[in-house]
Design a protein around this ligand. Structure first.
Ligand SMILES: Nc1ncnc2c1ncn2[C@@H]1O[C@H](COP(=O)(O)OP(=O)(O)OP(=O)(O)O)[C@@H](O)[C@H]1O
Ligand SMILES: [Mg+2]
Length: 481
């Protein structure tokens, strides 16, 4: 029945409007919503499913990652009481990420489910808890989880963003040691100047690894492959690692051995890596020679064998070194290192590749002169030549002249070092250990000799061919140089 009095009717409308407006503007509506949810919960019997971040072996639970990515993509995350805002990869992108102990509501096949982001007060571990009505459980649980998988895979396809993980120092407050950032290194395998044939062989080795899942399983082997990239500083090893990660579309786990506390810490780090990852230890020769890590040799060997990666697969390990001659042969034995790739100093062919990419030059009247100097044995690293070209990129002729001068200077220095080396050899004959602290010979001189020695050795080995057998012979070691 409508009130007969129109003034009363108008008053009723105004009061209702003001009450609704108050409810809308204040947090009262939110409270009423919460109470309503509580009453609803009370009326229904729910079932809970927990998705912990780590399993009992402290390996990351892939389902946690998938659900987490899925939930943060839901529009309803914005309706949770507390969410974090992060800038995305694109300049105007903003990502909303659920805060701990917050709930997000999702709807699937007309059933409502709740997810809560729980953080354990005791050990800081996280879990996502799904609350679902018992009545809906049979009908939607499995298709709903399948739906999460599908959405995650679609998002990954679009995302295709490779991540770089670095191991931070131990922090008892934090669970999991890896910290990640988007891997935005611009290097690609194609951009690295190296012998074309060698590059093709490494690429096809990686490609055939990707297709070899069944093969490895048949052999009862962990589906992993290890590469050693070795050569002097500035020859493109790190750039090549970045190129490999992009080529494979794998996340990169860059292990800093200085931040590893002991063997079991290294084991834990390996366990916390995910499938489809490229695990890198740079400058392994330095750690082994200087013993500047708390990890023992056997810890490193076990790590290389990947025996701990009992449940994970599809991993590529890459180790870089300047020189491998002094390395304990057990480190380099087949199985631990499957493929050896040599990164030499620049030769004329690599120089031409650099001139093409850095200066846009396919030919130049100064090329024969550059070639001549290379033939005398002088060389620089691609990094050094690249730097000269970048800083003179506005004038290709000036760039080439600067390269020629640098090569000539380098040749002169090498001759000088050789003379010092001869004097050193003559003076130290009869001594058991010529390099001692406080010895007559300065470390600098010895370094020069070593450099020179390395230079000659590398030069002589530069033309040696790669003995890459059929990739089917998976356990054979491949030398690519
Ligand atoms: N073969 C190459 N082709 C193209 N650019 C190169 C090459 N080698 C080095 N560079 C350039 O030189 C710089 C240093 O290279 P990079 O860090 O990959 O060398 P590295 O071999 O890892 O040296 P280090 O042993 O000192 O770590 C990079 O900017 C890279 O672009
Ligand atoms: Mg490097």
């Amino acid at each position: 029945m409508f009130p007969a009095n129109p003034i009363l009717l108008l008053g009723l409308i105004v009061v209702s409007y003001l009450v609704l407006r108050f409810l809308y503007k204040s947090s009262a509506l939110h409270r009423i919503n919460k109470w309503w949810r509580w009453i609803e919960d009370w009326c229904h019997v729910h079932q809970f499913y927990k998705v912990p971040q780590f399993n009992e072996h402290m390996q990351e639970n892939q389902l946690y990652r998938k659900v987490s990515v899925y939930l943060n993509s839901l529009a309803s995350v914005e309706d949770s009481d507390f969410a974090n805002l992060f800038s995305g990869n694109k300049s105007n992108e903003i990502n909303v990420v659920l805060d701990p102990d917050q709930t997000v509501i999702d709807t699937f096949l007309s059933a409502r489910v709740h997810w809560t982001n729980e953080k354990s007060a005791s050990d800081g571990s996280r879990a996502l808890v799904l609350k679902i009505r018992r009545n809906d459980k049979r009908r939607i649980l499995r298709p709903y989880l399948q739906h999460i998988h599908t959405v995650f895979d679609e998002m990954e396809q679009i995302r295709k963003e490779v991540k770089l993980y670095i191991n931070a120092e131990t922090d008892p407050e934090r669970n999991g040691r890896w910290r990640s950032v988007p891997f935005s290194h611009p290097a690609t395998i194609d951009a690295v100047a190296m012998e074309a044939d060698l590059k093709t062989k490494v690429k096809s080795d990686l490609e055939s690894f990707l297709k070899s899942k069944q093969y490895y399983h048949r052999l009862g082997r962990v589906w992993k492959r290890s590469y050693l990239l070795y050569g002097p500083s500035g020859t493109g090893k790190s750039s090549f690692v970045a190129g490999m990660a992009k080529f494979l579309c794998y996340d990169v786990y860059d292990i800093n051995l200085s931040n590893v506390v002991d063997d079991s810490d290294l084991k834990m780090l390996l366990l916390q890596t995910t499938n489809k990852s490229l695990i890198v230890i740079e400058d392994l020769d330095r750690y082994l020679a200087e013993k500047s890590t708390a990890v023992s040799l056997s810890g490193i060997l076990n790590f290389m064998d990947g025996i701990f990666s009992c449940c994970g697969e599809e991993r590529v390990m890459v180790f870089t070194m300047n020189v491998k001659d002094q390395i304990d042969p057990t480190v380099l034995r087949p199985g631990r290192i499957d493929v050896h790739v040599h990164f030499p100093l620049c030769d004329f062919s690599a120089f031409k590749t650099l001139a093409n990419s850095y200066l846009g030059l396919k030919e130049h009247k100064l090329f024969p002169q550059v070639e001549e100097i290379f033939q005398t044995g002088s060389s620089l690293s691609p990094a050094e030549i690249g730097e000269i070209m970048i800083s003179n990129r506005t004038s290709p002729s000036r760039a080439l002249k600067s390269v020629i001068t640098a090569l000539q200077t380098n040749a002169e220095r090498s001759r000088e070092s050789a003379r010092v080396g001869q004097r050193l050899t003559a003076s130290s004959s009869g001594r058991e250990e010529p390099i001692e602290s406080g010895s007559f010979f300065s470390r600098e001189n010895v370094k020069e000799v070593r450099k020179l020695y390395g230079l000659l050795r590398l030069r002589s080995g530069r033309k040696s061919s790669m003995d890459l057998d059929s990739v089917e012979k998976e356990n054979s070691r491949h030398e690519i140089s």
